[in-house]
Design a protein around this ligand. Structure first.
Ligand code: NAD
Length: 311
């Protein structure tokens, strides 16, 4: 029944905001009632779809009509948007990353804690059943001590140049997913030791946004982590992970080719369902703001490492 559903405000209706709107439509726990989108043409294309559409968060907060929010605006805006929503007492599911600098992320986390308002971060891998099984196997000791974990995220094609210019580059924009996934799967932190990138594409250069990146680091339990990221992959948007332990190994190709879209969409539905349950008081296994701080700090360590290697 739609009246039992948590009414959501979706902030930002670009590429990811529209994917979330489809996931919310598929959820039996949530309904999108209000959307914020400052871009006129995008706003017009959203009319007649059953929700109010406003050009700014301030307008939406003044008008009301929602119980919680989902942020899918550009990453640099996340800390400011979270601050406004926390001040207004609105439980929030924020897309990754929660800003581009861990200090801003930590500040947003502190605001949420002080306000006592729920804040979940959109690390959707936590809602992929195959990865949940892998996490349980690692936690139970079935694979022994983790000697190495390797995580790949290769996109079919890069996002628009305008997005790439402000996203923080692939180590941050794509890498935070892998850092969070490795931490969540293994229960260990990563200290990066080396980062190598391909540099920008000479045909279609986007400043600060190399085409591919390889990061390697040490897990706090002693094993090795390898993270491989790329902008152009012939099989489309793909993610996979391999874990090698002293007693067993697993390779999970959890998002490959056309079937990957279904995995992604299902995880987003499960993620919003978990957010609704958390807002209603259930315990949550989703990523917290502190997890978002940890992922960004790992990126910053890698960025500093890379800068040192090149000076
Ligand atoms: N979890 C994932 O797998 C995943 C995948 C893609 C993108 N993302 C994240 O989603 C976010 C959005 O990415 P995208 O690809 O949709 O970008 P996008 O540029 O396509 O969309 C962003 C939208 O936000 C709107 N916007 C700009 N300022 C705003 C404001 N002040 N308030 C509300 N809306 C505003 C823009 O007009 C645009 O429509 C980013 O943080 C990105 O990292 C996550």
């Amino acid at each position: 029944m739609s009246e039992d559903r948590l009414r959501l405000l979706v902030v930002g209706a670009g590429r990811m905001g529209r994917v979330h709107l489809r996931a919310i439509e598929a959820s039996s726990a949530a309904v999108a009632t209000v959307v914020v989108e400052p871009f006129d043409a995008a706003r017009e294309s959203l009319s007649g779809q059953g929700f109010e559409v406003w050009p700014s968060l301030d307008d939406a907060l003044a008008a009301g009509g929602f119980d919680a929010a989902l942020i899918a605006a550009p990453s640099p805006l996340h800390p400011g948007l979270v601050a406004s929503l926390m001040a207004a007492g609105v439980p929030t599911l924020c897309e990754k990353p929660l800003g581009l600098h861990s200090n801003d992320t930590a500040q947003a986390a502190a605001l949420a804690a002080d306000a006592g308002v729920a804040l979940q971060i959109g690390y959707w891998r936590r809602f992929v059943p195959e990865l949940q099984v892998l996490r349980d196997e690692i936690a139970s000791g079935q694979l022994g001590d983790i000697a190495m974990i390797q995580a790949w995220q290769w996109d079919g094609e890069p996002p628009a140049a305008a997005f790439r210019l402000t996203s923080g580059g692939p180590l941050l924009d794509m890498g935070v997913h892998e850092f969070d996934m490795v931490r969540w799967l293994t229960g260990q932190d990563i200290a990066l030791l080396a980062v190598v990138d391909s540099g920008v594409n000479s045909v279609e250069p986007v400043e600060g946004d190399p085409e591919s990146v390889l990061a390697t680091g040490k897990l706090s339990g002693g094993g090795v982590a390898v993270i491989s990221l790329g902008r152009r992959f012939d099989r489309g948007d793909c993610c996979w992970v391999e874990v090698i332990g002293t007693r067993g190994s697993r390779r999970c190709e959890f998002m490959i080719g056309d079937a990957g879209d279904v995995v992604f969409q299902s995880a987003l539905v499960a993620q919003v369902d978990a957010f609704v349950a958390m807002v209603r008081g259930a315990p949550s296994s989703a990523a917290t703001a502190d997890d978002a701080v940890a992922a960004l700090r790992a990126v910053e360590l890698g960025t500093a490492m890379y800068a040192n290697q090149h000076t």
